[in-house]
Write a protein that binds this ligand. Sequence first.
Ligand code: SAM
Length: 212
Amino acid sequence: MNTFPEIPEEYILRYAGAENELLHEIYRFSNAQLLYGQMVSGHLQGRLLSMLSHMIRPRRILEIGTFTGYSALCLAEGLGPEGRLDTIEVNDEMAEIAAGFFRRSPLEPQIRLHVGDALELIPKFEDTYDLVFIDGAKNQYASYYDVVYPVTKTPGYILADNVLWYGKASGSETGTDPATTAIRNFNDKIASDKRVQQIILPIRDGLMVVRK
Ligand SMILES: C[S@@+](CC[C@H](N)C(=O)[O-])C[C@H]1O[C@@H](n2cnc3c(N)ncnc32)[C@H](O)[C@@H]1O
């Protein structure tokens, strides 16, 4: 997804700051070895997540959907020395892969990887969060919002990935696939929630930024 199709992504990336070697390896591993490797955040979105995290300076970050750990490592860059990131992955094989990459990062002591369904685990967590990143199953986005809203601090921020859903969310087609319907419902749900302010950044597949 590129809002300005005439601008080559290489130009934007030239000014995004480099991704470190470990992140580059995770990106290459995900794309070369995994069936849905393109789910990994990648260079541009990773640098955006890092920038947002540095701006917010969170003490606590919550992530739904660890996958290979790329976005968790980018978000963790903005943590202060006392900060911690909780990331949840339902697929234990993916969690094992992510754990292996986390062990090679100096940020590993600040990351807690939880294996299980975010919808079941989050209500049991005792922390509250300055920053939440929703990037799990698209058909569960509205439910994720309902469980993370109470554990998000005020002020606090919720980010949600893929809210443009390859351009399908904004299309006028009816009878579309369940993920498209779910993303449309999620975007409408946020827009009608008077407790928050929100904006979609049309970067990559669309990043919703919600301020509570
Ligand atoms: C799009 S990928 C995450 C990509 C990763 N955040 C990144 O940017 O590199 C989605 C991940 O969410 C996981 N997932 C799906 N449903 C989940 C749930 N209910 N709880 C926790 N993880 C879930 C999937 O197994 C998958 O690894």
